[in-house]
Write a protein that binds this ligand. Structure first.
Ligand SMILES: O=C(O)c1ccccc1NCC(=O)[C@H](O)[C@H](O)COP(=O)(O)O
Length: 274
C-alpha cells in the first residue's frame, strides 16, 4: 500500500526523539516526573454527566489543512475551552507538522485543572516520560504505526506513570490487531490518511466492534452538534474536535457557541446525557 503522511511523520519523529534524548537524557526526565502533578482521569471526565464529552484541541496547523490559526494564544484558548464546558483538552505538541511545542502543554497545564491529552506521535517510552514531565494526563497511541506488543508495552509504561491511554484506530483491522486491556479509551479517527477525506461513518461502522470496557471517542471532522448526538446513539462518549474551533479567530468562542447549541439540541433529545 502507498505510504501515508503518517509514515513521514513517524520517520521524522524517530529522528527528533533521538536528538531530544541527547539534549535531555532519560535520567533527567525521570527525575523531573517526581515534581509533576497528580494526573486527572480523561476517561472519567469524558464520562462525566455534567459535561459533554468534548475534548477540545489546540492545533496551529495540520498536514491536511496547512495553517489553521497562527495567532490564538494557548493560554486564552485553553481557559476559554474549559469555561465553555469542554470535558478535556488535547494539545498538539508536534512542531514540524502541527506547529506545536511542549511549552503549549505546560502553559495549558498551568491554567487548567482538567485532563490534558498530549497529542503527539508516540513510538518510544522516552516520549511518555516527557508527556508526564510536561504535565499531561493521557497519551495517544496510534495503531497504524505500532504492533500489538508495542501498544501493550507502551500502554503499561504509561499506566506505571499514572497516565491514561487513548488508542487511535482507523479501521477494524487496526482495532483487532492492537486492542489490549491496557488501554483506557479507543478513538476512531474519521480522517482517511491517504486522501485526508473525513467521514463520521467510519466511527459509526466501527462502534459495534469496540469492546464495552473501553470508552469510545470519535475523532476528526466533527463540526455539527447534531453529529455529536448521532454518535452518542452509537455509544460514543468522547468527541475530539480541533479544526472546527481553531479555524475561528476566537476558538474558545466557537467552542462556547457549539456547546450552547448542543445543550439546546439535547433539550429536544432527552435520551442522552450531554
Ligand atoms: O489533521 C491532520 O491533517 C492529520 C494528519 C495526519 C495525522 C494526524 C492528523 N490530525 C491529528 C488528529 O487526529 C486531529 O487533529 C484530531 O482528531 C482533530 O481533528 P479535527 O477536528 O478534524 O481538527
Amino acid at each position: 500500500m502507498a505510504s501515508t503522511i503518517l509514515d513521514n511523520i513517524i520517520a521524522h519523529k524517530r529522528k527528533e526523539v533521538t536528538d531530544r534524548k541527547s539534549l535531555v537524557p532519560t535520567a533527567l526526565l525521570e527525575r523531573s516526573i517526581y515534581f509533576s502533578s497528580q494526573p486527572v482521569s480523561l476517561r472519567k471526565y469524558v464520562q462525566r454527566p455534567d459535561l459533554n464529552g468534548i475534548i477540545a484541541e489546540y492545533k496551529r496547523k495540520s498536514p491536511s489543512k496547512g495553517t489553521i490559526n497562527a495567532y490564538a494564544p494557548v493560554e486564552r484558548t485553553s481557559i476559554g475551552y474549559m469555561q465553555a464546558g469542554a470535558s478535556a483538552l488535547s494539545i498538539l505538541t508536534d512542531a514540524n507538522f502541527f506547529g506545536g511545542k511542549n511549552e503549549d502543554l505546560t502553559t495549558a497545564r498551568k491554567f487548567n485543572f482538567c485532563p490534558i491529552l498530549r497529542k503527539d506521535f508516540v513510538v518510544e517510552e522516552y516520549q511518555i516520560l516527557e508527556a508526564k514531565s510536561i504535565g499531561a494526563d493521557a497519551i495517544l497511541l496510534i495503531a497504524a504505526v505500532l504492533s500489538k506488543e508495542e501498544v501493550s508495552n507502551l500502554a503499561q509504561f504509561a499506566h506505571s506513570l499514572g497516565l491514561e491511554v487513548l488508542l487511535e484506530v482507523h479501521n477494524r483491522e487496526e482495532l483487532e490487531r492492537t486492542v489490549t486491556p491496557h488501554v483506557d479509551l479507543i478513538g476512531v479517527n474519521n480522517r482517511n490518511l491517504h486522501d485526508f477525506s473525513v467521514s463520521v461513518q467510519t466511527s459509526i461502522d466501527l462502534a459495534g466492534f469496540i469492546p464495552d470496557e473501553f470508552v469510545k471517542v470519535s475523532e476528526s471532522g466533527l463540526s455539527e452538534p447534531a453529529t455529536i448526538l448521532e454518535l452518542r446513539q452509537h455509544g460514543f462518549e468522547g468527541f475530539l474536535m480541533g479544526e472546527a474551533f481553531m479555524r475561528q479567530s476566537r476558538p474558545e468562542k466557537a467552542c462556547h457557541e457549539f456547546v450552547e447549541e448542543l445543550k439546546k439540541l439535547r433539550a429536544g433529545a432527552p435520551t442522552f446525557s450531554i
